[in-house]
Design a binder for this molecule. Structure first.
Ligand code: NOJ
Ligand code: CA
Length: 539
């Protein structure tokens, strides 16, 4: 049902600024819809566009029914929907429902007293003078905040401006479902559902037995994630709103086990169409070798094939840029961007392209900590110093893992501020925009952008790539290779993710190559070479 989706993720704040206040907006997105249609995608997922004080850039919603002032108005949204319809592009909204902003009217009321209509919408716990347990927030410090008016603590698994909603309250759940229905009635065709694994907190709020691991996972997240009751709530929501209605859902999950992963996407479970497993960047930068990637790909396929859709993504707004993480953003920027594009568009599942990836945008590496905006980056920097790292070491770590790497403004052309805005943007542009930008690449047949177009076109028109079974072809650690088989047709994919030349012994002719990013040299895989080949089946 959703096999042909090719999703493009937009981080609206950084995509295109139409009114030159330095912040991307809906009119900016509307302006670029023809560009996206030309690229070949057929759905956009926008990170949250609801009213928000922006403590966590929109992942702290203060009103689900209105558009963030900086992004525009509901009329702009309606025009965006109309424009997308014209180009056959679906809209996927981000839903943030584990928490709201502390500036949401529910929380403003709830914090006032224990007996007002919203007092049970959030998680308040009695415990005078001392946090109820050892849970830590994902963004650092205790997950509890004291409220004098109630003489209680409230829970916030993310920042203290993101209080957790109380999903045990059926009235609150009903209000959320009504809100989702409002967006369905507006014609939204899918949802990406944020931080969905933590809905039900363990009964009695016991201490988490988990020690912080060497990569700095917040202590309590894995302890809380994946509760059976959480799965029940997801099922209730999906059965009420999405199942049988052709609405695509992708949950952002923290997986606690293989069984847990399956729960989210097994058809009979009535939960999500697909999942995005969350891996903290600080973990992923240690697991970014081709062999790690390979293991994850084939494992996920074995777990959920025939059941849910696999979300194929290598970048998003929470991760470093894919070419800096899995490719080589220096001498092989172009080749490795194309190699990764080949991977995304030949695997089973749904490709998720993150804005800018289609031109090979890479990590920003700002020069000063003051240049960074993301609260997570700043937290990691200060925490590292507290733990004894030098300022230089702490800064280096922040540079590598920062979520701002993916959030720097989209590089449209080589004019001031990369054509994103004529005024100084909310986050600095990557200085490499003079060389890496859309305008330059549109006219260059050998550009990363044109390679993306070719690989998207190939995927859309090749049933093996859309529907074929996946089988790993064992080869060297630095090469990912597999076949996709459908109705007696076979496509072979070989992707080298190393800057070394490697020999190979696959047997095919040059004429059978459907797509490659480099010249063909029989028997040799050039650095970051991708080969997508039609295998003759003899039938
Ligand atoms: C996951 C989102 O992708 C991330 O950006 C956000 O900070 C957290 N959830 C909290 O909503
Ligand atoms: Ca603007």
């Amino acid at each position: 049902m959703f096999n042909d989706l090719i999703i493009y993720q937009i981080y609206p704040r950084s995509f295109k600024d139409s009114n030159n206040d330095g912040i991307g907006d809906l009119k900016g997105i509307i302006e670029k819809i023809p560009y996206l249609a030309e690229l070949g995608i057929n759905a956009i997922w926008m990170s949250p566009i609801y009213a928000s004080p922006n403590d966590d850039n929109g992942y702290d919603v203060s009103d689900y029914y209105s558009i963030m002032n900086e992004f525009g108005t509901m009329e702009d949204f309606d025009l965006l929907k109309k424009t997308c319809d014209k180009y056959n592009i679906k809209i996927i909204m981000d839903l943030v429902m584990n928490h709201t902003s502390d500036e949401h009217k529910w929380f403003k009321e709830a914090r006032k007293s224990k007996d007002n209509p919203y007092s049970d919408y959030y998680i308040f716990v009695d415990n005078h003078n001392k946090e109820p347990n050892n849970w830590e927030s994902c963004f650092g410090g205790s997950a509890w905040e004291y409220v004098k008016e109630r003489d209680q603590f409230y829970l916030h698994l993310f920042s203290k401006k993101q209080p957790d909603l109380n999903w045990d309250n059926p009235k609150m759940r009903k209000e959320l479902y009504q809100m989702i229905q409002f967006w369905i009635d507006k014609g939204v065709q899918g949802f990406r559902i944020d931080a969905i694994s933590y809905l039900k907190k363990p009964e009695g709020f016991p201490n988490s037995p988990f020690e912080e691991d060497k990569f700095g996972h917040a202590k309590c997240m894995k302890f809380i994630a994946g509760n059976l009751k959480t799965h029940q709530y997801i099922k209730e929501m999906c059965e009420t709103l999405f199942i049988d209605k052709n609405i695509f859902t992708v949950g952002e999950v923290t997986a606690t086990s293989d069984e847990d992963i399956k729960q989210y996407v097994l058809k009979d479970n009535h939960e999500f169409s697909a999942i995005i497993p969350f891996v903290p960047p600080i973990v992923e930068i240690h697991q970014n070798k081709p062999i790690d990637l390979k293991k994850r790909i084939f494992k996920m396929y074995d777990l959920i094939k025939d059941q849910g859709y696999i979300a194929n993504f290598l970048s998003n707004h929470d991760k470093p840029r894919q070419v800096s993480l899995y490719g080589n953003d220096q001498e092989y920027l172009k080749d490795s961007s194309k190699a990764l594009a080949s991977l995304m568009h030949t695997l089973p599942g749904i490709p998720f392209i993150y804005q800018g990836e289609e031109i090979g945008m890479s990590n920003v590496y700002y020069e000063n900590i003051e240049d960074y905006n993301d609260l997570d980056t700043l937290n990691i920097y200060h925490k590292s110093i507290k733990e004894g790292k030098s300022k230089e070491e702490a800064f280096k770590l922040a540079q590598i893992i920062s979520r701002d790497n993916a959030r720097s403004p989209m590089q449209w052309d080589d004019s001031l501020n990369a054509g994103f805005s004529s005024c100084s943007p909310w986050l600095k542009v990557n200085p490499n925009y003079k060389d890496i930008n859309v305008k330059q690449q549109i006219g260059d047949p050998d550009s990363v952008l044109n390679y993306y177009k070719k690989s998207i076109h190939l995927r859309k028109n090749n049933p093996c790539l859309l529907y074929g079974d996946l089988k790993e072809v064992k080869t060297s650690d630095d090469v990912i290779s597999f076949t996709r088989t459908y109705q007696n047709k076979i496509v072979l994919v070989i992707i080298s993710l190393t800057s070394k030349e490697l020999p190979y012994d696959f047997n095919f002719k040059e004429n059978d190559i459907l797509l490659t990013n480099k010249e063909f040299k029989k028997g040799v895989l050039l650095p970051y070479q991708a080969l997508i080949v039609n295998l003759k089946t003899g039938k």
